[in-house]
Design a binder for this molecule. Structure first.
Ligand code: SF4
Length: 309
């Protein structure tokens, strides 16, 4: 890739030399390192932190093909939702993007059995949301057993697995179990993310939001435990700071591209353009969070430990 950034580890993260000048890299790039494309807003879960508030019709395969063409130059595409595997034609969706981008799929895995065989070998990995053991998962997210059944189906199909967990104050005590589960499942990474105040998360009690200082302490504790227990997955923790504001580019089902999360914008979205109507280079040119984008994806603005380190 240009800008001194390369994909590493089967597209699961980015590698950059320690001396990488983030500003120069951001100015060199003509397209994002990574884009999230929402192939549906539908979902069979109703997670207590879910930020999805607006239902929109699913994009057609033709529309997704147009979006794919307009995303030329973007290295990695997350085919996201909602719950992307709820699309009966999800295999065809993957076929549109496979071969043009590194493809990754965030999923709750409940519909894994419908698609795992079709998409194996075409996606770099599935990222399954998993907030720790059954009791915590049920309280925060939904049906643990359906998700774990789906995880096994994904793994039997040979699809690499990563986990992500939203961190509440009331789930801090289960985080070591979450990482242990990741280790037992041979997950390549466990991503921890603080919730954002949007959608269902607006109903969370204030005390569930930990501070960035507390997040630093949580990561330090997990780093020590990880060494002690010899856990293998890479470990990442994203707290919301000015340095990673707006770092994601999300394309909604109607093609609208937005920077996310923008802390003082309505619904935390900042409109950037429309990926059904214009090339990503035009959208990238008017994107004001380029440095945050690069900084986050090379692991500078979050806590990050590589696998096995
Ligand atoms: S967070 Fe994801 S899995 Fe949970 S309800 Fe929202 S879209 Fe569905």
């Amino acid at each position: 890739m240009s800008g001194g950034v390369a994909y590493a580890f089967n597209g699961q993260h980015f590698a950059a030399p320690a001396e990488l000048d983030i500003t120069a890299a951001a100015n060199t790039l003509t397209a994002p390192l990574s884009v999230i494309v929402q192939v549906t807003k539908r979902c069979d879960f109703d997670c207590t932190f879910c930020s999805e508030t607006l239902q929109l019709p699913d994009p057609t395969l033709d529309q997704l093909d147009t979006i794919r063409q307009n995303l030329t130059g973007t290295g990695r595409v997350f085919l996201s939702g909602g719950e992307p595997l709820m699309r009966k034609d999800f295999g065809e969706v993957v076929d549109i993007f496979h071969g043009h981008h590194i493809v990754a799929v965030p999923t709750n895995a409940t519909h894994a059995a419908d698609h795992a065989r079709n998409i194996a070998g075409k996606i770099a990995y599935a990222n399954v949301g998993l907030e720790g053991p059954r009791a915590a998962f049920r309280r925060v997210r939904g049906d643990y057993d359906r998700t774990m059944t789906g995880v096994r189906v994904l793994q039997e199909a040979g699809i690499p697995l990563a986990l992500s967990a939203v961190v509440y104050r009331s789930t801090l005590s289960v985080l070591p179990y979450t990482v242990q589960i990741g280790d037992v499942l041979d997950a390549t990474k466990v991503k921890l993310i603080l919730p954002l105040r949007k959608g269902n998360a607006l109903n969370l009690a204030d005390h569930e939001f930990i501070t960035t200082g507390e997040a630093d302490a949580v990561f330090a504790r997990l780093r020590d435990l990880r060494t002690q227990m010899q856990w293998s997955p890479a470990l990442r923790l994203t707290a919301w700071t000015p340095q990673n504001e707006g770092h994601m580019i999300v394309v909604e089902p109607n093609g609208v591209a937005r920077a996310w999360p923008v802390y003082d914008a309505p619904d935390l979205w900042e409109p950037l353009g429309n990926a059904l109507e214009e090339p990503i280079a035009d959208i990238w040119a008017r994107y004001r969070f380029k440095e945050n984008h690069v900084s986050k994806y090379v692991g500078r603005s979050i806590h990050a430990l590589a696998q096995g380190v």
